[in-house]
Design a protein around this ligand. Structure first.
Ligand code: TXA
Ligand code: MG
Length: 315
C-alpha cells in the first residue's frame, strides 16, 4: 500500500519493521526496500521480494553514531574524515563488520556497506525503529531504480506491505560506494562525485570494472535496465530509425522520435542525474520499440550517469 509519510504512517511503518516486515521508503538517492538489518528472517524477505541473488550484499542504513558503532568493528581515519565531510548523505562506506550483522546482509563478506541517509523520512523511520535498516534500491533485481513512490508501486506494489511516499528523490542516483581497506577504493560511482571525495582524503583507487567484481559483488554488467531495449547513440541517428523509438536526450531535442525527454537543457549534470531514472521509467512504459540515449560528459556526476547507462544497455 502506498501512503504519504505522515507522522502516523511513520509510526505504522516502524511497527511493521519491528515485527519483521519489509517497508519501502525514500532516501535522498533512490527509494529503498528496508528491513531490520540484524533480523536475518526479515532480511531474507528483501531478497525474496526483489528476486535478488544471495551473492549481492545489502547496504545498512544508520541514523547516528551509536547505530554505526553497532555494525562496524572500527572506523579508520580516512572513513572518519569522509563521515565528517559527507554524512548524512549519498556516500556508502565499506568497513569491517561486527558479528551482529547477519552473513545474509553482507553475502558472507567480512565487511559491511554502511551509510547515513539525509532524507528526513528515512531518518525519522530509522530513529523510530531504533536499529539499523538494511535496504537495497526498491526495484526488482536488475531493473531501473525507483526515484518516486509510484515507481515502487508499479514494480513491487503487490509484494510490499507499505510504501512510504516522500516525493521525488533529490539526487536520483544511488550512493557512491568506497571501500576503505587496505586502501580507499571506489567501488561504485554515484551521487557524490569522486572529486569531492578526493578533496577530503586525497587520491583514491579506481578499479577497472572486471576488477571490482569480486570486491563489490552486485556490480553486474547488466543492471538498472528498462524492459525496453536501450542503446547509447551518437548525435545523428538516421530519420528512419527514429519513428517507433524514444530518445533520452542530454541538452537538445532531436525531432522525429515517437517520444523525447530532455535530461538538462542547460547541461547541468546534477539535474541530468536527478531526471535519469525518472525519464527512463516514463519512456519504458510508453510501449516504444527501443530507447536511444545520448551520452553525457564523463565528468563529476556524469561518470555515475554513464556507469548506469552502460549497464542498462546490456540485457
Ligand atoms: O543510494 C543507495 O545506496 C541506495 C539507497 C536505498 O540507500 N541503495 C542501493 O543499494 O543502491 P543496492 O542494493 O542497490 O546496492 C548495493 C551495492 C551492492 O550491489 C554491492 O555492489 C555494494 O552495494 N555493497 C554492499 N555491501 C558491500 C560490501 N560489504 N562490499 C562491497 N560492496 C558492497
Ligand atoms: Mg540497486
Amino acid at each position: 500500500m502506498l501512503v504519504t509519510a505522515t507522522t502516523e504512517n511513520l509510526d505504522r511503518a516502524a511497527a511493521l519493521l519491528r515485527n519483521g516486515a519489509v517497508v519501502a521508503f525514500p532516501t535522498e538517492t533512490v527509494y529503498g526496500l528496508g528491513a531490520r538489518a540484524y533480523d536475518a528472517a526479515a532480511v531474507a524477505r528483501i531478497f525474496d521480494i526483489k528476486a535478488r541473488p544471495a551473492f549481492d550484499p545489502l547496504i545498512v542504513h544508520v541514523a547516528d553514531e551509536a547505530m554505526l558503532a553497532s555494525a562496524v568493528e572500527e572506523i579508520p581515519d580516512a572513513a572518519r574524515a569522509l563521515i565528517d565531510a559527507f554524512w548524512p548523505g549519498p556516500l556508502t562506506l565499506v568497513l569491517r563488520k561486527r558479528g551482529i550483522v547477519p552473513p545474509l546482509v553482507t553475502s558472507g563478506l567480512p565487511t559491511v556497506g554502511v551509510r547515513m541517509p539525509a532524507h528526513p523520512v528515512a531518518r525519522e523511520l530509522l530513529t523510530r525503529v531504533g536499529t539499523p535498516l538494511a535496504a537495497p534500491s526498491a526495484n526488482p533485481f536488475g531493473y531501473l531504480s525507483p526515484t518516486r513512490a509510484e515507481h515502487v508501486e508499479r514494480m513491487l506494489g503487490g509484494r510490499v506491505e507499505m510504501i512510504l511516499d516522500g516525493g521525488t528523490t533529490q539526487h536520483g542516483l544511488e550512493s557512491t560506494i568506497v571501500m576503505l581497506e587496505p586502501r580507499p577504493t571506489l567501488l561504485r560511482p554515484g551521487a557524490l562525485s569522486t572529486d569531492d571525495i578526493e578533496s577530503v582524503i586525497g587520491p583514491i583507487e579506481r578499479r577497472l570494472d572486471k576488477e571490482t567484481q569480486p570486491l563489490a559483488p552486485g556490480r553486474l554488467e547488466s543492471h538498472y535496465a528498462p524492459a525496453t531495449p536501450i542503446r547509447i547513440v551518437a548525435a545523428d541517428v538516421p530519420q528512419g530509425e527514429r519513428a517507433g523509438a524514444g530518445l533520452l536526450a542530454f541538452r537538445e531535442k532531436v525531432g522525429g522520435y515517437a517520444m523525447e525527454r530532455l535530461l538538462s537543457p542547460s547541461g547541468d549534470l546534477r539535474q541530468a542525474a536527478a531526471n535519469l531514472f525518472e525519464y527512463l521509467h516514463e519512456l519504458d512504459v510508453a510501449g516504444l520499440e527501443r530507447i536511444d540515449v545520448q551520452p553525457v560528459p564523463l565528468q563529476g556526476i556524469g561518470i555515475a550517469i554513464m556507469d548506469r547507462l552502460q549497464r542498462a544497455r546490456h540485457r
